[in-house]
Design a protein around this ligand. Sequence first.
Ligand code: GAR
Length: 204
Amino acid sequence: MPEKKRIAVFISGRGSNFKSILDHVQKGDINGEIVVVISDNPQAKGLDYARENNIHFRVFEFNRGVNRDKYFEEIVNYLEGFGVDLILLAGFMRVLSSNIIRRYKNRIINIHPALLPSFPGTHAQRQALEYGVKVSGCTVHFVDEGVDTGPIIIQEAVEVLDTDTEETLAARILEKEHIAYPRAVKLFCDNKLKIDGRRVFIQD
Ligand code: GAR
């Protein structure tokens, strides 16, 4: 069994993906430990899960006019003390700067509520409805220097119904997110993911 991975989770809001990963960690399904939570939003609901579970957390507010490189440099410096092996973006609504992506190359994972490369960026569920696709879903992927462009680990599909609103579609996709994200994190923590160019292979 490889050593437990030390995980940092970045959130901006509700934190349901953080919670679902935390549940799997606590059940022992994931060979890792969430050592710190970072939020850009002091009001993020998800911070309550960190408080309730005695997990270190720190808010780095992103104020207007802040230099993005400097902002992420501060976060990188803060993380050094935690010996972080893996960063999970869980509803973190900021585009990372290249300094943090290079520092944690192939060790940052994101969840996106669409089947990439369709509908990157914000309001992915709304984009999918407006486009009129019949199938959407979620994507767990490594983070590279583009926006939602990194190598894909897992995707889960969801049928788009005629009756769907942005909210109902988002809710069904979220159920899949709570399955796909912990699964991908487990694979990473078991050293089972191998990146080859754009492709990610799951090794037995
Ligand atoms: C999730 O649907 C996640 O896929 C999405 O934000 C939501 C966060 O929910 N992320 C993005 O749109 C990133 N571009 P949560 O805070 O309850 O995990």
